[in-house]
Write a protein that binds this ligand. Structure first.
Ligand code: ARG
Length: 293
């Protein structure tokens, strides 16, 4: 704008984002933890000797589902299967972009059968384009859609060859990232997207730098120079296993620092208790597969 003297007035740079944080209604797939337990250990969070309260896990899951519904999202539910205690972690069984589905192939034999149950769910629920991978692929555990790119983790679970397979199957550009800390064995416990890429807008992500190899850290720095860098403490309660709808960020109650960082950028943190599910190494995002149409 012009001031009295005809010169340009410089407006102060606002600390809060100029753009409003607009939520977009989402469709999620979830699986109730009816048969949830920690019977085997395939990540450092799991200890079969620690008691799990399944009733409490179910209460936490119901609350997570209720939060999504309160925020205006649609939650689809797949029937749990006895003998598949990790089936509650729906994010691991499919990557859906533009209505196209890339199924899963689990690394651990204990989880292998989950992939087929989810494949059947997709087919019975109107998804025509369902591809099952040849390489080990733990779906949204290691694949994160930014709105323009598919970030792809490897190092512990998903085979790096699955990254090329995903690019070919989904027709989206894939960026490989190497995970190096066994506590953050999946990409979705080390990084999440708060706001997807839009017209002329780069996506906003949050991540734990030390969870990535030096080269991958550089890649993240180049792609997302304004990212939120999470603290060790917030990552250690699986705070980065969060779900954003573009405005509301659902994250574990303990992740208070991250909640504040998210609020500083104009988002609304919504805290949920996932203490029982965390005994298996899972948080809100692990329980939530996004069905992107
Ligand atoms: N116990 C499960 C496993 O180790 C937890 C999976 C968590 N899911 C996720 N998307 N990170 O496979």
């Amino acid at each position: 704008s012009l001031d009295q003297t005809g010169g340009l007035t410089t407006l102060p740079v606002p600390s809060a984002p100029a753009e409003p944080r607009l939520p977009r209604a989402r469709r999620y797939l979830m699986c109730p933890p009816e048969y949830f337990e920690v019977a085997y250990a395939i990540n450092p969070w799991m200890d079969p000797d620690v008691a799990v309260d399944r009733t409490e896990a179910m209460r936490q899951w119901q609350e997570l589902r209720a939060v999504y519904e309160r925020l205006g999202h649609t939650v689809e539910v797949i029937n749990p299967e006895p003998g598949l205690p990790d089936m509650v972690f729906a994010a691991n069984s499919g990557t859906v972009v533009d209505g196209r589905v890339l199924g899963a192939r689990f690394r651990a034999p204990e989880r292998a059968a989950e992939a087929e149950h989810y494949r059947r769910w997709f087919l019975e629920n109107g998804f025509r384009d369902v591809i099952m991978p040849a390489c080990t692929n733990e779906a949204e555990g290691d694949f994160t859609w930014t709105g323009s790119l598919l970030l792809a983790g490897t190092g512990f679970r998903t085979d790096p060859a699955a990254h090329g397979e995903a690019q070919e199957a989904l027709g989206v550009p894939v960026v490989s990232l190497r995970l190096v800390d066994p506590r953050y064995y999946h990409l979705d416990v080390a990084l999440f997207v708060l706001a997807e890429a839009g017209l002329g807008r780069t996506p906003l992500v949050a991540y734990l730098p030390s969870a990535f190899s030096p080269g991958s850290r550089e890649v993240l720095g180049r792609l997302f120079p304004d990212a939120i860098l999470a603290s060790e403490q917030d990552a250690a309660c699986l705070g980065l296993n969060a779900v954003s709808d573009g405005r509301h960020v659902v994250l574990p109650t303990e992740a208070t620092g991250l909640g504040a960082q998210v609020a500083e950028r104009g988002f609304e943190p919504v805290f949920v208790d996932v203490g029982e599910l965390r005994k298996s190494g899972g948080g809100p995002k692990c329980c939530t597969m996004e069905l992107r149409s």
